[in-house]
Write a protein that binds this ligand. Structure first.
Ligand code: NFS
Length: 668
């Protein structure tokens, strides 16, 4: 019996529009990830990290009461060895995803600098100079393209050098760098760390769990301070550093009378080109000739975050919304490139009039039309795809279901802008935020990130945690589908601060003019959190390294290997991180201990897994308050600033909890 059959009326998504569409899909017998999650329970052995399939003598599954001490694979591998190896392989996979994306950004910058990608220019020359300054590329009296070429070549070394260390390691606070040196985890380059991680986890190589996880940490740091950070910076250089921008979120962003083109995936380059061409008069005229009033561009997942941050393109939300978006019947064409794209979209598109187009040379999906894109022929490809969407518009069937829910939102908070808004162009700093934390107006900062997950009431845990945190004066910086979850709940507006935030946070938000949840961008833009934390450390008054700040990372609905890589690079950078759901290393107490107690001692960060949202919150507050105490900051007292207010009455609170409180963990 499936979970929803056992619990009639069990919500699949906390988004009411999603819930209505899913109900309709059920009546029409169209399946989604939620149905598949019900039908397909995870293997209880692999799910906990106790299954090794690294050679063909297995899979070896180490179960039983004394598995930790006595269990052995055919080769003799112990449970901690197997669990650590599985973890390290996830880190390597996640790192390669972000970093392969970063490599493409570097190659695009190089092509632009060499005049081979005529459809792109360097939009943020100031940022190019800043980045060049950090990595030691001379700028004085040089042409922009010459600087850009050297920056691109310097970053290419971050993928392949054999000696030395990543360019951006020097960007971290000195003390953080010293910890990495001391524990032998300073990454040399991205490709080498990934290859070494895969080598060491091969049968019969590294068998010491701590030593294995040390390579996991080094690989993850190559992701955070390499792949993710390079990707963020080059995207800013090419397409502009984000500044606050208004947008909209949820399924009502699709228009009934316009051609709807949806960008989904992760790499921003093609989506940026679409932004450039959709307004071209010939294309708009062509759309009108087919009976549409215009062309409407919307997004899903992290590509959406990229173009939302820079252009205010609306988003239909995160991972679990992709099939639901197509179920609206309003998607004339969806382009997908890489990562987090459900292969089911190919089949689903066929049930509607929608066309699915794969645009990356790296990914094809059965049921999709493949129109590969490269930066040399960008606009031409983009126009071709928009024409395909327009041609498909007359095939649209009259909507059986009309969903117009949408919420206003604000995105576009880069490190540069957050600094600027705290003092202006010449005096920008992190002083006001540091002061607000020191005074206890802001209790601490939480990075709310990671996926949304069909094994929970999707987006519900994000919503619940976000609201509880801001009520208790915690400022949130959000990325990836965490931002999608908050945006599609209507939480990404300054008004949310007035209605929901605790009095201290409210004062600060009102003074600076920001929402209490700052949308920082896509998942690769978690690197912005690293540079913000570094700037806060440099500003003084809090910790002089990332570790020890009243700051925590939370990914309550994570599911991707990329999230694992991110969690580990934050932990190793000094941030305690709490992931929701079950632990992928729960089979081994030793591995769990290393990732929590041992890492906390070495790096001042840790990676916890905790299925209960209440406990996630309790752990987060505990970390924040203990950090405040260690820094000898004023004790946080709820309601100390501003008049104490009843933030919500009981009825409203019950309603919110009913909506958002997820069922947690996975039953077998
Ligand atoms: Ni991050 Fe972005 Fe979303 Fe999870 Fe996937 S889209 S890269 S992995 S699901 S947050």
């Amino acid at each position: 019996m499936s979970e929803s059959e056992k619990t009639p009326g069990l919500k699949k998504s906390a988004n009411e529009a999603a819930q209505r569409i899913l109900q309709w899909a059920k009546e029409e017998s169209v399946g989604t990830c939620f149905d598949r999650a019900d039908k397909l329970k995870p293997c209880p052995i692999g799910h906990t990290g106790a299954c090794c399939k690294n050679c063909h003598m297995g899979p070896c599954r180490l179960t039983g009461k004394n598995a930790e001490e006595e269990g052995r694979g055919v080769c003799g591998a112990t449970l901690p060895t197997i669990t650590a190896r599985n973890m390290v392989r996830s880190i390597a996979a996640g790192t390669s995803a972000h970093s392969d994306h970063a490599r493409d950004m570097v190659l695009t910058l190089l092509a632009v600098a060499e005049g081979e990608a005529k459809d792109f220019q360097i939009k943020d020359v100031k940022k190019l100079h800043r980045v060049a300054g950090i990595i030691g590329v001379p700028t004085e009296g040089r042409e922009t393209n010459a600087i850009a070429k050297d920056v691109a070549l310097a970053f290419l070394e971050d993928f392949r050098r054999t000696k030395g260390e990543l360019n951006y390691i020097k960007r971290a606070p000195k003390k953080t760098q010293e910890r990495w040196k001391k524990w032998g985890v300073t990454p040399r380059c991205i490709d080498r760390e990934v290859v070494e991680a895969l080598h060491r986890t091969n049968i019969g190589v590294d068998a010491d769990p701590d030593h294995l996880l040390q390579q996991g940490v080094r690989t993850a740091l190559a992701d955070g301070w390499g792949g993710c950070m390079i990707s963020t910076d080059i995207t800013d250089i090419l397409f502009g550093t984000p500044e606050p921008v208004k947008a909209e979120a949820s399924f009502g962003i699709f228009k009934e009378d316009e051609v709807n083109v949806v960008v989904h995936g992760h790499e921003p380059t093609f989506a940026e080109t679409l932004v450039d061409v959709v307004g071209e008069p010939e294309l708009v005229e062509y759309a009108k000739s087919k009976g549409a009033k215009g062309i409407n561009l919307g997004g899903m997942c992290c590509t959406a975050n990229e173009v939302l941050m820079r252009h205010g393109i609306p988003t239909a939300g995160g991972f679990t919304n992709q099939e639901i978006g197509m179920l609206t019947g309003l998607v004339d064409l969806m382009t997908v490139d890489v990562q987090c794209i459900m292969p089911s979209l190919g089949e689903l598109a066929k049930k509607f009039h929608s066309t699915l187009v794969t645009t990356s040379q790296k990914a094809k999906i059965p049921g999709a039309v493949h129109v590969p894109f490269d930066e040399h022929n960008a606009k031409e490809t983009a126009r071709k795809i928009v024409r395909m969407a327009i041609d498909n518009f007359p095939n649209r069937k009259p909507a059986k279901l009309h969903e117009n829910q949408k919420f206003p939102m604000i995105g576009g908070f880069s490190e540069e802008y957050i600094q600027y808004m705290q003092g202006g162009r010449w005096r920008g700093s992190f002083r006001p935020l540091n002061d607000a934390i020191m005074a206890g107006r802001v209790r601490g900062v939480v990075g709310l990130a990671g996926c949304d997950n069909p094994r929970m009431v999707a987006t519900g845990v994000h919503r619940y945690i976000a609201m509880e945190l801001i009520k208790q004066d915690v400022l949130i910086v959000s990325t990836g589908c965490g931002s999608g979850a908050c945006g599609t709940a209507g939480y990404l507006t300054p008004e949310t601060a007035l209605e929901q935030a605790g009095p201290g946070l409210r004062e600060v938000c009102e003074a600076i003019g920001i929402p209490p949840i700052l949308h920082l961008g896509a998942c690769v833009d978690n690197s912005r959190i690293l540079t913000i934390a570094t700037a806060m450390a440099a500003e003084g008054g809090l910790s002089d390294e990332i570790g020890g700040m009243p700051a925590v990372g939370i990914a309550p609905e994570w599911m991707s290997e990329k999230a694992i890589a991110i969690g580990v690079y934050f932990a190793a950078s000094g941030v305690p991180v709490i992931f929701g759901g079950d632990s992928p290393v729960q089979a081994s107490k030793e591995v769990t201990r290393i990732m929590t107690d041992v890492w906390l001692e070495r790096f001042k960060g840790a990676l916890h897994f905790e299925p209960d949202p209440e406990k996630i919150l309790a752990m987060a507050f505990d970390y924040i308050d203990k950090a405040r105490e260690a820094l000898k900051l004023k004790k946080y007292e709820p309601g100390r600033f501003g008049a104490e207010r009843v933030l919500m009455d009981m009825a409203a609170r019950r309603e919110l909890e009913k909506q958002a409180k997820p069922h947690v963990g996975i039953g077998y």
